[in-house]
Design a protein around this ligand. Sequence first.
Ligand code: KIV
Ligand code: ZN
Length: 432
Amino acid sequence: ATKYQAMAPVALPDRQWPSRSITRAPRWLSTDLRDGNQALFEPMNGERKMKLFLELVRIGFKEIEVGFPAASQTDFDFVRRLINEDLIPEDVTLMVMTQSREDLIARTVEAVKGAPRAIVHLYNATAPAWRRMVFGMNVTQVMQLITHHVGYLKQLTDARPETQWTLQYSPETFSATELHVSLKACQAAIAAWNAGPGRPIIINLPTTVENATPNVFADQIEWMDRHLSPREHIVLSVHTHNDRGTGVAAAELAVMAGAQRVEGCLFGNGERCGNMDIVTMALNLYTQGVHPQLDFSNITAVARVAEECTGIPIHPRHPYAGDLVFTAFSGSHQDAIKKGFAAQDPNALWEVPYLPIDPADLGRTYDSVIRVNSQSGKGGIAFLLEREHGVVMPRRMQVEFSAVVQRHTDASETEMGATQLWELFQATYLRA
Ligand code: KIV
Ligand code: ZN
């Protein structure tokens, strides 16, 4: 139970706690199979999609955007297979995306025929540059487009009452759109869907291209949260991208500003610099004492599935998941970590210097924590020899032996593991 209180929040000097913090997990939507997939050199085939879908379900995602069935036969067939083979758990809802065009909407509704529940994700761009350059439409025409296409979707879905339908409407390019236009667009969708009890709607506000600091996005979300109506019947969602490297921060601040749901991809896959990284945001919550309701207790296994399905390797310094994130190279860090492990009470809050989370919580071991190279100090060396070979060195011996190790690693320009250290120790003290 203490695992979810991994670190106490840090008090600020002029007040007790931060003015806002996230106190429970948002609703998550994985768009790995849609936004993540559309950004791959080689989009996933049905088999890879299935493997990733099953992993997303296992992790605990309850809403999964599975594709763009009107745009891709692979996606259409994949959605059909999920439904026909009854592969959607009862607590999981599929989402399918469509552009605002009648033929595409009709094909999308066709794709999810027979599903017990479905979210249809309808979007259109609203920002001035897109209105002017891409579509040649004024604001009134954009509003008419929304009213017409949401109305059309309503008509098609009303004719299929065997499915529980939810509309997700996204004003694409929201963060670059005038707020009063975004609001008007969302209200047009809300009205055309006749949202209310029994007619669920998700309003999803994207950064599409991240264009400002995260606090600006959070201010936009807060304003929408205050103005959308009827607010109690709307789920407010955000979908951030990472063009400025702050996709996770923008989503976190957006939740503090009133968003209830967050969309993203595992390890930040997605268009250009990626969608916001759900793994990082979930584990950030975890280290702040909030259970993310997603299972990353074997992060390496999740990483391998994601790498295999997307073909994109995870950076060795990727937060929480990279190969190097539980490795200390510098001697002072190693020394502090060693002391932290020795002092750590298993029933208390996690508090080991330089390790923001217990590697064991992610299914990783301490084995990779200490490695010895020419930058290492005596602490890391002593720690490895004691843990792996039961050698407890007096302090003077630690100082002396670390000089031997340093000469050795300087000369060989390599790192030493516990086995090589033990051999050097024996050669220095036991075989002399
Ligand atoms: O980034 C984006 O705006 C999208 C939408 C269509 C939500 O992926
Ligand atoms: Zn996107």
